[in-house]
Design a protein around this ligand. Structure first.
Ligand SMILES: Nc1ncnc2c1ncn2[C@@H]1O[C@H](COP(=O)(O)OP(=O)(O)OP(=O)(O)O)[C@@H](O)[C@H]1O
Length: 239
């Protein structure tokens, strides 16, 4: 399978001299769901933000479908085909579901703009609530609005930062089931998650990041039973 998103020896951080990413490498193949796991502060969010052009990369490269996007500014990423759903403030609470999607669509170049009907077909819950302000939706439905906003730009790769945050287990299941449906439309997914169990259940492969470097990468089904995973969360090394 060809690589859709490739991180190669990424070093970077928010302030010069204070590296957060310390040589992180990871390949996400086209059509995969890859879970990016790791303890608090490992740099998971920083890595996806760096790919999205929101955190400086000092060295290394990010390739999207074979194109070097390392220095592409954040506002150009949509044109490149990289979608990003941040963890917070990812919808306009005072605007309706429909207005949220219309606004997202208005910011997308015509040649990349997907139809809103396709979004409502993918998220039937949102179709039923299209005139409701996003702030009055359930947490799970709000996440779906955030995902749909990113999908309007027809990304080839979608990165999501902890879409399960703050959701009940039941809603996590509902949102993740929709992410699988998104993947089935041909979108490659990189999923940052604290919810290890739920993430491994939908991912094809997973990577564990510790102190800004990947320490364990493998098929999700194998990592679920791998004792080294818990060791890395507890601060132990991989032996
Ligand atoms: N805007 C920022 N400015 C400076 N440092 C930051 C900023 N955001 C995060 N950091 C630091 O970067 C490090 C990695 O944070 P990051 O959010 O990437 O970790 P994470 O693996 O996603 O953790 P979590 O699972 O807790 O969200 C932390 O030490 C954090 O304090």
């Amino acid at each position: 399978m060809s690589a859709a998103l490739e991180f190669c020896a990424i070093e970077g951080g928010y302030e010069p001299g204070l590296p957060i990413l310390r040589g992180a490498s990871l390949t996400v193949a086209a059509g995969e769901i890859v879970a990016l796991l790791g303890p608090n502060g490992a740099g998971k969010s920083t890595l996806v933000k760096a790919a999205a052009g929101l955190v400086p990369i000092w060295s290394g490269s990010v390739m999207l479908n074979g194109r070097d996007i390392t220095r592409v500014p954040a506002h150009r990423m949509v044109r490149e085909g990289l979608g990003f759903v941040p963890q917070t403030e990812n919808v306009f609470a005072n605007l309706s579901v429909l207005e949220n999607l219309q606004l997202a669509a208005a910011l997308v170049p015509k040649e990349r703009r997907g139809s809103l009907d396709a979004m409502f077909a993918l998220f039937p819950d949102l179709d039923r609530q299209r005139s409701l302000p996003a702030g009055r939706l359930s947490g799970g439905q709000r996440q779906m609005v955030a995902v749909a906003r990113a999908l309007v730009a027809s990304p080839s790769v979608l990165m999501l930062d902890e879409p399960s945050a703050g959701l009940s287990p039941l809603l996590v299941g509902v949102v993740f089931e929709r992410l699988k449906a998104v993947r089935d439309t041909g979108v490659t997914i990189l999923l940052v998650e604290q919810n290890v169990k739920a993430a491994l259940a939908i991912a094809d492969r997973a990577a564990v990041l510790v102190e800004g470097r990947e320490r364990l990468v493998g098929p999700a089904s194998e990592l679920a039973d791998d004792g080294r995973l818990a060791g890395l969360y507890l601060g132990g090394g991989v032996h």
